[in-house]
Design a protein around this ligand. Structure first.
Ligand code: ZN
Length: 441
């Protein structure tokens, strides 16, 4: 009996503790759910508003529609980064008792999810699964190297010792491994990549024989965006399922010609391609360099300048290689004009502008690529698309507006800090966060 009494009391105590603990975590949980819903609604509203003009242009030529869509895509991309940052700013200032990364993380998830509906509108044949896998691949492909780089930069000691060079060496090794097929192996282990099916393998084998260039492997990548690319260092080719859905066999063969041409790049270019992901690598030493002061600062500045110059040189070289691959593809196309038709179809399916502003892009404009392939496009040369919309400018300004409003608020209410610190959990000011979040967009 005694045991029972004790255990009952213990149970009550434990349960009471759990209850209080849960209550303590409630604000975080509510805030996470609230940020998710608010971001999802806001993203959908922003995208719907942007897409409304594009929807009304159904009767127009695809090049004009692609021009309209471009700034909407930029805005959607910006909102994916800026809305979670806004939430982070608001949460860390208004609710210091709640870890701000939690609502910001849920906001990021919602912002990513919010791009599903516009994707479905542009690519009606895509499924949720296909959309999710392609997003996951883009995210992992970019996030993993960036996270490694960030980890190394932050953990780097402030002086040049054995540890500094060990971290730098480890980072270099990891980045090079990813570059030399590590990312592909990782994706294929996760089951995200599929080997070429019978149709693609057959088409590619034909072109490879004709051009006398053998790829090591050919992969099919999930994703509605019609695209193909080559990794010249690994001699591997990738074709998106969107491309395979929309292009004829002759057009796929012509695209294969372009990708195989990348495998015949001069050794000097291949070496530079190997070095490409490590151009930012020296920046990992920025912390010890700055801490050293004087000469170190000069070195850090020099390093930054060299990185920028090398980056520009890489882009120029990349562009030369694209022009070269286009020329080789045109010569090796099996059917007359198949390459030009394939290019046009790719841009049309993806609703990408035929002409872009700026000369720093790796791929030349479609309009110029068609002319180079000996085809006069059957549409007038469109103007480059607008880059920014009123919405994207407002989005970019929102973190500054929020910071300003928060600074004014702190100056006007000397008790804010004490109040939020003492009872932040109990007085959860969700409505204020919501109103601020919406007003400032
Ligand atoms: Zn290319």
């Amino acid at each position: 009996m005694v045991t029972f009494g004790v255990s009952l009391a213990g149970w009550k105590a434990v349960n009471g503790y759990h209850f209080l603990n849960m209550m303590g975590r409630m604000p975080t949980l509510i805030l996470v759910v609230f940020s998710f819903c608010a971001t999802l609604l806001l993203t959908r509203a922003i995208n719907n508003f942007g897409l409304s003009t594009w929807r009304r242009s159904r009767a127009k030529h695809w090049t004009l529609r692609a021009r309209l869509l471009y700034p909407i895509r930029i805005t959607a991309g910006l909102s994916m980064l800026i809305l979670p940052a806004d939430i982070y700013l608001l949460a860390s200032s208004l609710l210091p008792s709640v870890p701000a990364w939690a609502p910001a993380g849920s906001s990021l998830l919602a912002a990513l999810l919010g791009t599903y509906w516009p994707s479905r509108e542009i690519f009606p044949e895509t499924t949720f699964r296909e959309w999710l896998t392609s997003r996951l691949m883009i995210l992992l492909g970019r996030v993993i190297p960036f996270a490694l780089f960030l980890w190394a930069t932050v953990t780097m000691p402030e002086n040049f010792g054995a540890e500094t060079w060990m971290i730098a060496g480890l980072l270099f090794l990891l980045l090079a491994t990813l570059r030399l097929g590590g990312t592909i192996r990782f994706f294929s282990l996760l089951g995200l990549l599929k080997p070429a099916d019978k149709r693609l393998a057959g088409i590619a084998a034909d072109v490879a024989r004709r051009m006398n260039v053998q790829p090591r492997r050919i992969w099919m990548v999930p994703g509605a965006f019609a695209n193909a690319y080559a990794l010249p260092l690994n001699r591997e080719l990738f074709f998106s399922e969107g491309l395979l859905r929309h292009l004829s066999d002759a057009q796929i063969a012509a695209v294969t010609g372009h990708e195989l041409a990348h495998l015949t790049e001069p050794r000097r270019v291949l070496f530079l391609r190997l070095m490409q992901p490590v151009i930012l690598f020296p920046l990992v030493l920025i912390r010890p360099l700055i801490a050293t002061g004087g000469n170190g600062l000069m070195w850090a500045g020099g390093l930054l300048a060299v990185t920028l110059i090398v980056r520009t040189r890489f882009r120029r070289l990349g562009r030369h290689m694209e022009v070269r691959a286009d020329a080789i593809a045109s010569v090796n196309e099996g059917e007359e004009a198949a390459y030009a038709q394939a290019l046009q179809r790719l841009y049309e399916v993806n609703q990408m502008p035929a002409v872009m502003s700026g000369r720093r892009r790796i791929h030349p404009n479609l309009y110029d690529r068609l002319a180079a392939a000996g085809i006069t496009p059957d549409f007038p040369k469109p103007d480059p698309p607008q880059r920014y919309t009123l919405m994207s400018i407002l989005l970019c300004l929102s973190p500054f507006a929020i910071s300003f409003a928060l600074a004014v608020r702190t100056n006007n209410s000397p008790h804010t800090k004490v109040h939020a610190g003492a009872g932040g959990d109990v007085t959860f000011p969700a409505p204020r966060l919501g109103a601020g979040g919406v007003q400032d967009k």
